[in-house]
Design a protein around this ligand. Structure first.
Ligand SMILES: C[S@@+](CC[C@H](N)C(=O)[O-])C[C@H]1O[C@@H](n2cnc3c(N)ncnc32)[C@H](O)[C@@H]1O
Length: 285
């Protein structure tokens, strides 16, 4: 149950997108990480910033039920030792407005910057909203990247991480998108994976790995981790990415932590320890 919110959202007549039951795993895991991260860092940094690149409306309804759940931005606002600043980006103006109304009602004192638009196109604006780090005011950011597919461009990760202390939890839509579209995405004329990984060199490696029997989702996950390494992040091995499954036990996506600091990896290990490969993950995050 989130710390500063009623256990479940009350219907409020605002836009509330539907999500699959498995989204609850994501919420529990990410809000646990938010909590561990923000509490552990509160005395070490002057300013802690939470960034949600795919923010949504703040509430969601579990498909085929009347059950409402809090989305990632509200879960981040509700932790015990809150972040000092929040930046929420959302491409859909009506969802962003619903989120803003909910935040104004539930967290009227919070410091939030709303960015409307495609996070890849708005990367500059998002960066501009992050307070500048200096010797007299140290700033640490945590960014949740929750795209519906592998659309997040690596150029955005590069821009956000440039000369900035920032950790990421990234939802890698390896099965719900990449696996289903393997043929399409690996065709010569398709640039989706080039943009996702920020390089075209993966194609030569894929030829090789495929012959060894490596599956496309795993290949992409490892390539992503390797690309993050080029930005100074610790390579997260595939077995430390949290696999989230759908109702019929089909894998859907992986959640991966990227940090330049070993301590964050120990927090991620805590999260993994409390989660299982099946739903539900946790009773109370
Ligand atoms: C899977 S939902 C995640 C919502 C939120 N993180 C949560 O868990 O409650 C993805 C959201 O990203 C938005 N979106 C899709 N593409 C986007 C983009 N390129 N930039 C910003 N938002 C985008 C969608 O409108 C949708 O609300």
């Amino acid at each position: 149950m989130p710390y500063k919110l009623p256990a479940a959202p009350e219907p409020d007549g605002l836009l509330t997108p539907e999500v699959g039951r498995w989204a609850e795993d994501k919420y529990k895991l990410v809000s646990l990480y938010d909590r561990l991260f923000s509490t552990a860092m509160k005395n070490k940094w002057d300013v802690r910033v939470y960034i949600d690149l795919y923010a949504g409306a703040g509430f969601a309804r579990i498909r085929h039920t009347d059950r409402l759940v809090y989305g990632s931005p509200l879960l981040a606002l509700a932790i015990t030792d809150p972040f000092n600043k929040h930046i929420f980006c959302e491409a859909d103006a009506s969802l962003l407005l619903a989120l803003q109304k909910r935040v104004d009602r539930l967290f009227p004192k919070s410091d939030v910057t709303y960015v409307h638009g495609d996070c890849d196109e708005q990367a500059h604006q998002i960066c501009a909203a992050i307070p500048e780090h200096s010797k007299i005011r140290t700033v640490l950011s945590f960014c949740f990247v929750d795209p519906p597919n592998i659309s997040i461009k690596f150029s955005t990760m590069r821009a956000l991480s440039h000369q900035r202390k920032i950790d990421f939890v990234v939802l890698l839509a390896l099965y719900m998108d990449a696996n289903r579209n393997e043929q399409h995405y690996t065709s010569k004329r398709n640039s989706k994976v080039d943009e996702f990984l920020g390089t075209t060199s993966w194609r030569a490696r894929w030829k090789h790995e495929r012959l060894k029997g490596i599956k496309f989702p795993r290949f992409l996950a490892e390539e992503y981790s390797r690309q993050m390494e080029t930005l100074g992040y610790i390579n997260l091995p595939f077995h430390k990415m949290k696999k989230v499954r759908a109702d019929k036990n089909q894998p859907l996506y992986h959640l991966a932590l990227f940090s330049r600091n070993k301590f964050a990896s120990t927090l991620w290990d805590e999260v993994l320890k409390y989660s299982t490969d099946q739903i539900p993950l946790l009773g109370n995050a």
